[in-house]
Design a protein around this ligand. Structure first.
Ligand code: AMP
Length: 270
């Protein structure tokens, strides 16, 4: 496994690779990330994982500082999982050049996390634009855990890059909590709460699928989560899977949630 820290070296290593798979991450690697890596290894000749905690997508400095990091452990895990290249960009190099054009993010950036984390998706698209220009992969693997991100990136890259995006299912622990680097910031008790919330939301989705009157009941559910688990909610919304518009009837939908347990922000969708 080649560990690469400069753009020049990266180009030297990958310029002749055809069918390159790319898995962008912020590190603190877990089995959710590894599911993307495995898909890439299966589909592509070579797999490149990037590890970079991107400052421009954090709307809170404390959140950026507290984001879990453990590079040595990550490298061990990725090596064991037969990754070919790991790219660890430096901020001074990756953000050296200004963007030549204004980055246009889809109008749906203003809902869900885009509404509650100002500038977040602009930061995500900014770093992705830079990484894709340097790496120029054939495939990129992204998790459905961050469904809105997947949606916005798909829309963004289709006009600009040749890369094909592969969306990958959310990996959960045995108690139905979506794996996330941020889970490391939770206490055991908080993880139990996250598990109870996941179960409740899964059940709610099942009920909606069986013609449950969700409009009134979603408000009851919100109040219930706040009262019983002392979490604060950014949003709990049903939206159509295809275009993230508000769910009405019949279309394939997802239940999107973002909430805080003790200042740790968790997102998920079911
Ligand atoms: P992150 O390091 O959190 O930026 O995530 C890097 C990539 O892994 C993103 O495409 C995420 O959507 C994906 N990912 C994170 N957690 C999971 C999970 N539990 N299951 C599947 N994919 C995930």
């Amino acid at each position: 496994m080649k560990i690469i820290r400069s753009i020049k070296k990266l180009r030297a290593f990958i310029s002749n690779v055809d069918n390159l798979g790319f898995v962008p991450t912020m590190g603190y690697i877990h089995k959710g990330h590894l599911s993307l890596v495995k898909k890439s290894i299966k589909k592509c000749n070579k797999t490149l994982v990037s590890i970079y905690v991107n400052p421009t997508q954090f709307n809170s400095k404390i959140d950026f500082i507290n984001y879990p990091r453990n590079l040595n452990k990550d490298l061990k895990i990725l090596k064991k999982n037969k990754v070919d290249f790991v790219f660890i960009p430096k901020t001074s190099e990756i953000y050296k050049k200004r963007n030549s054009n204004k980055l246009k993010v889809h109008r749906n950036k203003k809902i869900l996390c885009g509404k509650y984390r100002k500038g977040h998706f602009e930061g995500v698209i900014n770093i992705l634009n830079r990484l894709l220009k340097i790496i120029n992969p054939d495939f990129m693997f992204l998790g459905e855990k961050d469904f809105q991100q997947l949606f916005l990136i798909k829309n963004y890259v289709k006009k600009k890059f040749k890369v094909k995006i592969i969306g990958c299912k959310t990996i959960r622990n045995k108690n139905y909590v979506a794996l996330s680097s941020r889970n490391n910031l939770l206490s055991k008790k908080d993880l139990i709460i996250a598990s109870l919330i996941s179960k409740k939301l899964m059940l709610f989705k099942k009920k909606v699928n069986r013609n449950y009157i969700y409009q009134k009941n979603i408000n009851i559910l919100k109040a219930n989560l706040i009262k019983n688990y002392h979490v604060s909610l950014d949003y709990l919304e049903l939206r159509n899977e295809k275009d993230l518009t508000i769910f009405k009837k019949k279309n394939k939908f997802r239940l999107f949630v973002a909430y805080y347990i003790n200042k740790v922000r968790l997102i998920d969708n079911f």
